[in-house]
Write a new protein. Sequence first.
Length: 355
Amino acid sequence: MQPSDDDDVDNLMRKFGARADRYREIEVARVFSETPAPAPAIPQPPAPTSVEPASPPLVPGDTGAPEKAAAPSLRTLLHDLARERQAQAAQHLQPTPAPQVTAQIIAIVSTRGGVGRSTLASLLAILLNSADTRAMVLELDPQNAQYQHLGTHPQVAGICQASLDRRSWRDLVQTGYANTRLLAFGESEPRQLHAFEHQLEGNPHWLAQHLGELALGEHDTLIIDTPAGSNVYQEQALRMANLIVAVVRPDAASHAALERLIASLEPHLNREKPAACWFVINGVDTAHALSVDITQILENQLKTQLLGTVIWDETIAAALAYECNPFEQSADSPGCQDILAIADKLYDQLESPLA
């Protein structure tokens, strides 16, 4: 009798120390079956990507995306701060009216030196000074030469130094020929002149303020001697003057500069309270035909604005050289007589209601 399959299993299990009733059949198909691999993917053509059209470049005036503004520099901030402070200061500053001066003020001007301007200023002051009218010469000329014309002592400290020290001019007044008063410019150095001129440039009422301290009245006549040419001294004098006397020489240079001189005076003749303007032809040399001819040409050009002509007179030059009053030494000389006639016309102008 052949052993069965069960006996074989039972014998085999015993060899291993196991029991046959624990034996279980394992389905081979289930144990070794694998999950089938996925079918290979068929490559697909890439989907078309949408391309947005490029934005056109911005041109001036287009509105693009705002860029972040750069922070202002320190220099810009400092400038802005300075402007703000200036604006605030301007709001608080009130314009200071110029002091009213009731004296008659005559400005003696010229376009160039050597025409006898300072000499004429001093001689007119001598003639206009009287019991009824007190004349004073204000020297706004750094040459500081008026003391020689009026017979006073040279002053070291004049209006230049006093103005820089912010002192009054009252103690500076000197008495010259025929009791004529003088406010001399005084000695000065380049550094002082620079500072002094800066004062005049920065304050249009500078002269009015100083004259206000002198308490000049309606019976006072102030004659201002200014440097030749257009300058800050002349501008201060012209701003205050109610009468202008322009001195020209009968020569080619003065004739060439006449139109320029008239143009420089024009603004003061058309202001709210216009000044009167007169011309004096000084130093006519009758011994030279050219001087006489140019005098005639100037007279034709100036016409009604001509105050008078003065013949060249050696006696006036000699009197000044010897520190004498020309009208005490040689009052009958031609030059003195011409200046006397001019002073009479000037006096009439000062007495007229329009002066």
